[in-house]
Design a protein around this ligand. Structure first.
Ligand SMILES: [Fe+2]
Length: 289
């Protein structure tokens, strides 16, 4: 059984299609998507519909990421207000596109899922870590080692960091397939992993698949995300084009600037002017015409 492992699609339907074509050509028979299927990109519903279709076509396991949790929290009235024209405009856009049935599905998913493909092919799939969907698992880290020592299966699959890697530790393989839709591996290709289970061991290969990034940028313009979440989307587009995460450094600097001005409690509360100043100082390029 060949398993394709996808994570952090972030509503990048074009990257998802490219990855699914590559996986099908490589003989994938089952699919695992580790969460953060939506937000940031222009196609939340198309992305979800493709995943639902995948469930009908092949054995498919879908997890909930922290971004799906944000959507559920918003439905429950938690987490503050989201407004177009600010940095929460991206979340507002995604939420406005979703159907109640999508949110019901999110509620039914977990961010930790044991997967059993038969004949001993078992693994533990998580979005962040086995305890927290927002925790990043990294190699050579004490917390990671504790999770791997406690893992009852021969492999632990995680996403969330957008960093693809393989890390075998004391007989357990930790693998992060990277991000399909918002890769941070230094080049713009979509990332995913192919896994096979043979003679008691998982083999895993990390794959990089090119897709039409500029067509996606045009989709972002068409849906208005460049207007409704201006600086955030500028950082997203710069990340899509380079494979270098420009969202986190810009957000961190904007947060620091807001603190210096005595404003801002979370990233959602950072004044727009601080985001703009941070993007200017870090030379985040404009999206372009
Ligand atoms: Fe995430």
């Amino acid at each position: 059984m060949k398993l394709a492992v996808l994570s952090d699609i972030h509503a990048n339907y074009r990257a998802l299609e490219a990855v699914l074509r590559d996986a099908a050509a490589a003989g994938a028979e089952a699919y695992l998507a580790l969460g953060d299927h939506v937000t940031d990109g222009p196609y939340p519903r198309r992305t979800l519909e493709r995943l639902y279709a995948l469930e009908r076509e092949a054995p498919t396991f879908l997890l909930r990421g922290n971004r799906e949790e944000y959507m559920l929290d918003h439905r429950a009235g938690k987490g503050g207000s989201w407004l177009p024209g600010t940095e929460s405009g991206s979340l507002h856009y995604t939420y406005s596109q979703l159907l109640p049935a999508d949110l019901d599905r999110f509620a039914g998913w977990s961010s930790v899922l044991p997967v059993d493909l038969g004949n001993g092919a078992r693994l533990l799939a998580v979005h962040g870590s086995p305890e927290n969907s927002r925790e990043r698992l990294l190699p050579f880290d004490g917390a990671t080692h504790r999770y791997l020592e406690a893992c009852p299966y021969p492999a632990l699959l995680c996403g969330h960091s957008h960093q693809a890697f393989l890390y075998p530790y004391q007989g357990t393989l930790l693998a992060n397939p990277g991000s399909v839709g918002l890769s941070a591996m230094g080049s713009p290709e979509a990332r995913y992993a192919l896994m096979t289970y043979e003679a008691g061991y998982w083999q895993c290969s990390l794959r990089a698949v090119p897709y039409d990034v500029e067509a996606l940028v045009e989709d972002i313009r068409q849906c208005g995300l460049d207007q409704s979440a201006a600086v955030w989307t500028r950082c997203v587009v710069a990340t899509l084009r380079t494979g270098i995460n420009q969202i986190i450094p810009t957000g961190n600097l904007a947060y620091k600037l807001a603190q210096e001005r005595g404003t801002g409690g979370t990233w959602m509360d950072i004044p727009q002017a601080c985001w703009e100043e941070a993007a200017r100082r870090l030379q985040v390029p404009p999206i372009g015409p």
